[in-house]
Design a binder for this molecule. Structure first.
Ligand code: AMP
Length: 418
């Protein structure tokens, strides 16, 4: 398999799928440039090795071309970070895009406009009414598949080699993330972001140093079932925190007041408890919580057992005694995976649990424990709290990371490996 390090880029045009889907404020300023910074080592390497770049990405969920989601807003940020001027093709399928890419010289950079201005990128027909007859839907989908082939072929025609560095969209079989790879059978490779993500997750899934502990938090059991079950295969311990713990507690007859609960998931929660014990995984999911009399930072709070929460009160964060117990488990671990905050960390009053976990993880990382943080909100939490550089790896791909952890083969990875 090719890699950025062994590929000869001299005089080659590399089309690189990056994830520049960054948040912008109303003045189109980037509020978090993590994803751009993450892609820079790959982009710089191609330029250093004598190649030129055609950068492609999506931004937001546009339904067609719209200024709001134009990638032109992020040109200054790319120029600043790469240290070279960036040309721009305002239509990724336009004549200008073809011309600009054909004329690229080594060291030059071209950015294509948002791929999702075309429905072909995702390959799903747009604007189909719900009540359209099945036959019509089928025909529209088939027609779109044909258009998608043309779209993909055209993108591929701009370049000599293909790099996928967009882990965040690796779980989608889109034109730029997977389908395009077949046009470069000998000239396709992962970028450093992709490589880093795969290596980090495989370190937990495939060759972990035991004991392995997973901390699974967040709001909903339903969205974490598959990952919990998969992790039972590798974990020695699992800490379950956050809002989803209350579904487990209620399922066992506990009093959870007004805490978050998915009543329709209670049976599943019980079956998870059984599976954990069958697999010999030690679960840590109950203890004292900080409960509040309202879902608000100004609420009154008490500390109580999570199965004795008074009516009208809600469990909002892990209490100090619970955190102490978890700390012992974490400090005795050699590999830790963290997905999902253990409290309503967006409110200062209920951020202590999540902050404490981040602090412990940073500390044990410095003693040689491998710590992987992944999944939207826990990533936001460690970044906000300034711990992103103090853990072993922060995964940038929310949904993609979850699917990879669940054991699903991601199209973006499979297409490069094929
Ligand atoms: P997820 O996207 O499933 O990881 O969920 C993240 C969300 O879970 C965050 O917005 C947290 O505020 C929320 N969360 C964490 N703990 C609780 C809790 N005890 N009650 C309600 N929401 C919670």
């Amino acid at each position: 398999m090719q890699s950025i390090d062994n590929y000869n880029f001299t005089g080659k045009r590399a089309i690189v799928r990056v994830d520049f889907n960054v948040p912008l404020n109303e003045s189109f300023q980037i509020t978090d440039d993590t994803r751009i910074r993450a892609a820079i080592p790959t982009l710089k390497k191609v330029l250093e090795k004598g190649g030129s770049l055609i950068i492609m990405s999506h931004l937001g969920r546009p339904k067609g071309p719209t200024g709001k989601y134009s990638l032109k807003h992020i040109i200054p940020a790319i120029e600043e970070k790469l240290g070279v001027p960036v040309k721009f093709a305002p239509d990724c399928m336009g004549e200008e895009a073809a011309q600009l890419s054909a004329n690229l010289k080594p060291g030059e950079v071209l950015l294509l406009e948002n791929l999702r201005f075309y429905a072909e990128e995702e390959g799903k027909p747009r604007g189909l009414a719900e009540d359209v007859p099945e036959e019509e839907k089928k025909a529209a989908k088939a027609a779109m598949k044909e258009l998608q082939k043309e779209f993909t072929k055209k993108l591929a025609s701009y370049a000599d080699c293909y790099i996928n560095d967009a882990f965040g969209t690796a779980h989608r079989a889109h034109a730029s993330t997977a389908l395009i790879a077949k046009y470069f059978p000998e000239d396709k490779m992962f970028g450093y972001v992709m490589e880093g993500e795969i290596v980090a997750i495989d370190k937990v899934l495939k060759s972990p140093v035991h004991p392995v502990t997973a901390i699974i938090g967040g709001a909903k059991v339903s969205s974490k079932i598959a990952i919990i079950e998969k992790l039972f295969d590798v974990c020695d311990n699992m800490i379950i925190g956050g809002g989803m713990v209350f579904t487990f507690i209620k399922a066992q007859g506990g009093k959870i007041g007004n805490s978050l609960c998915e009543d329709d998931q209670m049976e599943l929660a019980l079956s998870i408890l059984e599976k954990a014990s069958a697999k010999g995984v030690k679960l840590y999911y109950s203890g004292e919580v900080v409960a509040a009399d309202a879902f608000s930072n100004d609420a009154n709070t008490i500390i109580c057992n999570d199965n004795e929460i008074p009516d009208g009160w809600l469990g909002m964060d892990a209490a100090p005694s619970t955190l102490k117990e978890w700390e012992g488990v974490l400090r005795a671990s050699k590999t830790v995976l963290w997905n999902g905050p253990v409290g309503v960390f967006e409110m200062e009053k209920f951020a202590t649990g999540t902050k404490t976990i981040a602090t412990i993880l940073a500390d044990i990382t410095s003693t040689g424990v491998f710590t992987l943080v992944g999944g939207g909100d826990s990533v936001a939490a460690v970044t906000q709290m300034g711990f992103a550089n103090k853990v072993s790896y922060v995964s940038t791909g929310g949904g993609a990371m979850l699917e990879y952890l669940e054991g699903i083969e991601l199209p973006g990875i499979a297409a490069i490996k094929a």
